[in-house]
Design a protein around this ligand. Structure first.
Ligand code: GRF
Length: 210
């Protein structure tokens, strides 16, 4: 068996994506290990999931640091201590500063619950995304996994999947349907990275054959 990719997962919420990634790593479906889980919210349920799986779970509170950069530096140090090779943002609500983005350039992924570039950008997260999609009246929404740059939700797109919007959908119902696809697509993207099959050419991410 080859060397496994070391993941550091950043979370702020319930952590269903984290759970799925941990399970798929454990089951050998993704050639990676979750080395550390870090949250900006000490009571995020995601941290409990990590602890339950025996994975180091850390919390850093923004208010304990003088600046966003100092806060990110503490996270960077923790990630480096755990020899993290790929940062996975899974419902992490803070915008990363250069302090994290520079040393991990091309090695940070995010998942967004819409077809980027629709219903994304600053302030668009959680149920807000689905509320906006329903308000607009789109018939199709979806999921996007992308590499992270300094600006929000604009990095090169790795994978996308469409999800239909149905009559009578509420933001909650739509969110559940989208989340099912998130769980599939995020592990798929991480596995492609672990296999060295993602090649970024400008805005285009090419998926190399095995
Ligand atoms: C997901 O919808 C993800 O796309 C978004 O935040 C949500 C996190 O859900 N970035 P969970 O905490 O993984 O359950």
């Amino acid at each position: 068996m080859g060397k496994k990719l070391k993941l550091g997962v950043l979370v702020s919420g319930k952590g269903s994506n984290l759970q799925n990634i941990m399970d798929n790593c454990q089951a050998g479906k993704v050639d990676a290990t979750v080395e550390v889980v870090i949250s900006d919210l000490p009571d995020a349920f995601a941290l409990e999931r990590a602890r339950k799986a025996g994975i180091p779970a850390l919390a850093f509170r923004r208010k304990d640091f003088a600046s966003k950069e100092d806060f990110d530096q503490a996270i960077l140090t923790a990630l480096q201590e755990h020899r993290v090779e790929l940062i996975v943002l899974a419902g992490y609500l803070r915008i990363l500063t250069e302090v994290l983005v520079k040393p991990y350039e091309g090695r940070i992924m995010n998942i967004h619950p819409s077809l980027v570039p629709t219903f994304c950008g600053k302030g668009m997260h959680g149920l807000e995304v689905h509320r906006a999609a329903l308000k607009y009246g789109v018939k199709i929404t979806g999921v996007t996994v992308h590499f992270v740059e300094l600006s929000v939700d604009t990095g090169p797109i790795i994978l996308q999947r469409a999800v239909p919007v149905m009559d009578g959908d509420t933001p909650e119902i739509l969110s559940d349907r989208v989340l099912e696809q998130e769980h599939e697509i995020y592990s798929e993207a991480i596995q492609l990275f672990a296999q060295g099959r993602l090649k970024v050419e400008g805005r285009w991410v090419r998926i190399l054959e095995k």
